[in-house]
Design a protein around this ligand. Sequence first.
Ligand SMILES: NC(=O)c1ccc[n+]([C@@H]2O[C@H](COP(=O)([O-])OP(=O)(O)OC[C@H]3O[C@@H](n4cnc5c(N)ncnc54)[C@H](O)[C@@H]3O)[C@@H](O)[C@H]2O)c1
Length: 398
Amino acid sequence: MLRVAIIGCGEFAANFVPLFQAHPYVENVYVCDLQDEKAQNYKSRFGTEVIATFEDAIAREDINCIAIFTERYSHAKLAIASLDAGKHVYSAVPMACTVDECRQIIEAVKRNKKTYMMGETCVYYPCSMYCKEQYQKGTFGDFVFGESQYFHDISHFPKIYQEDINCYTLPPFYYPTHSTAMILNATGAYATKVTAFGVCDKDERYKDGNNPWNNPFSNEFSLMQLSNGGVARVSECRRIGYKAPSSYISGFYGTQGSYQFSNAQHIVTTLTEKGVDMLDVSDMINPIAMTQNKNDKDFKKNVANHKWQWNSFSPVQNKEKARLPQSYKRIPDVNGHMASHQLLIDDFCTGVYEGKMPYVNAWRAARYTIPGIIAHDSAMQGGVPLDIPDFGDPPSDE
Ligand SMILES: NC(=O)c1ccc[n+]([C@@H]2O[C@H](COP(=O)([O-])OP(=O)(O)OC[C@H]3O[C@@H](n4cnc5c(N)ncnc54)[C@H](O)[C@@H]3O)[C@@H](O)[C@H]2O)c1
């Protein structure tokens, strides 16, 4: 059975404590935060025992899993220390902010023979699942080109992010996994080379020496060569006038057909002997709650404001949804990010309990994270093409 210590009781982890508590393979959940009042708040909301420090949590023999929900630039050191203390690790994205930290996490997984999983919500985004399914069926032919992006204006982030200079000015490509995961999950490929550019922000915080990352960019764009011979355009924007859906594949093109998306419309075109077929597959990919409300007078406004993109599953997720434990089916409103949270926590708990490598294991997490780290290097050098280091496939059959 899993006994899980949640590290970091901020905005995000609150979505996951009840999912760990409700999972049939979890015996107990503990919470820990540098700011004790935050841990106490979780205690009163969820009835969890508080552990004073991260060091206390990894020293406790009864705890066998650590779930990291600390700030986005702080995961790697905690993950490595947890693995070396013999714990299984669930980490919020990203895996790390340097290539060497990714390497060290993989080494720590191998050394300690423990589970590591990065909780990448976008592998379960319906657009990525749909493109993957159709690509594998051959609908698109050979992969040619894809576009994925995570556009999230920082004004929509919790206030705490705007007050933390490390978060505010983090190079957008140091948080690349939503955009990379969607296209890499759909193609099954990995990125081998990148060229990238950034837009210099006029905000003082991005000026020379004014931030710890020495980063001038709040919006970054890249072209990546993929291992299957195709090309992807991957973008990460934090100061952009757009809200929902923040992570999406806008185009997926093969030699025989294509998928295109705009706001709430998903279109597939395929070449046939008689010409080109065009199919609207929106009802298959949009969350069911969105489809049920498509005749509402405020439909567009609600789509743009993210009204239905949290708890509601989409038909393309039906197969994954079916494997969730009964206890989750009784709490449909405890979910998030296109209904991916329940699937992710089930992946981790089942992986640890059954001794199986989770889908977003350390090797796949590195393939989603490293292209962004190198893309930022390229942007800082004015777009020079750079090779992307690769740590390969997991050692045994997943
Ligand atoms: N779609 C997604 O996958 C998604 C969405 C939102 C957030 N996230 C990720 O979730 C993580 C948490 O986000 P958040 O919004 O809750 O952040 P937050 O800033 O609200 O909370 C982070 C908390 O971690 C605590 N903390 C930091 N270091 C600690 C340590 N050593 N020991 C104990 N506590 C520590 C802080 O005190 C803080 O309360 C981030 O890494 C973010 O990238 C992912």
